[in-house]
Design a protein around this ligand. Sequence first.
Ligand SMILES: *Cc1c(COP(=O)(O)O)cnc(C)c1O
Length: 392
Amino acid sequence: MDIFKTAQEYLMPTYRRQDICLTGGSGATLTGADGREYIDFASGIGVNSLGYGCEKWVAALAAQAARLQHASNLYYTEPCALLARDLCERTGFKKAFFCNSGAEANECAMKIARKYSFDAYGENRGTVVTLENSFHGRTMATLTATGQEEYHRFFHPFPQGYRYTPPNDIEALERTLGEPGVCALLIEVIQGEGGVMPLDGAFVKAARELCTQKDIVFICDEVQSGIGRTGKLFAYEHYGLMPDVATAAKGLGNGLPVGACLAAEPFSDVLTPGTHASTFGGNPVVCAGARVVLEALDDAMLASIEAKGDYIASRLRSNPEIAQVRGRGLMIGAQLKTLRAADVLAECARNGLLLLTAKKNLRLLPPLTISDEEIDKGLCILAQALENKEGL
Ligand SMILES: *Cc1c(COP(=O)(O)O)cnc(C)c1O
């Protein structure tokens, strides 16, 4: 059977895919249906935190699947309660809501902000401010929240109540947040899809202070940057502050779909029975696996993520084709001088390395457990692709 042909015949053409069919993996090395091996600098898209074949994670899933695969949120299950406790104890947030994706976690965060504002101030205070160059998801509301024009086509009419402000412009932020009707500021402290662009410390700090002054809910979208990716459990920790609400998803489930919305007091009790729900949210199998991910992210692991990231970044910086390297830990963006990122990605895929792009940059989001040997192998393939310009 030709999987490429079958997929193209029966799947909606929403993705540009490489001609690779993946069948398995071990550590941070994947295997294709053709038997070839690929070093993984992508982990899905920042999803497979523990790489492939993590025995502890597989055992946790298998045990919970054999016991009880789903209960609905009309009852309690232990993995769901314990994951919420683990996340809150590790962060200082008060309560969690579980769903299935990053977009859904951001929807939850925006609903918290709007209801908090409604309860405190009544109607007409529901505007969500987001940043230009941001990415918050593909549902109608999160697509609207996404501050990039190219996403705001085709799907009119878009939901009301969104405003955009440029990143790292404190004066513009103050003006936008000062307009009547604003209830929330939603930001990625490191813009992922926007090209791995860390926000300035002064800007994020000003954002936190302005939100506190104006009773605006300060939400950090940590769907890509959270769960150890940058060497801290959440990237906002690098900025020395605490948001009111944070969202997580990609890396939390090690490949199984999960989203989490974490809220501090008083935002943690805003969504009361009947105001929000998700059928699959908090699924016990997924939560049992996510607990293994969190447990793996101890201080030694977080330090190793930072160290591996620094090593990769320094190797990339010494490459003459790379103009700039940005990011933190194992969330790395590399801006190229002359080559097209998509061409480099395709060339690397042909040579056994899976990468990502973001805008015109190469983007690296390897499994957090990637070995030094796999890193060196991957960097070697990448260096060859960057050198062999005639081939691209
Ligand atoms: C990927 C991503 C999302 C969307 O997550 P989905 O699980 O695809 O819905 C939202 N925000 C950020 C920052 C992301 O990187």
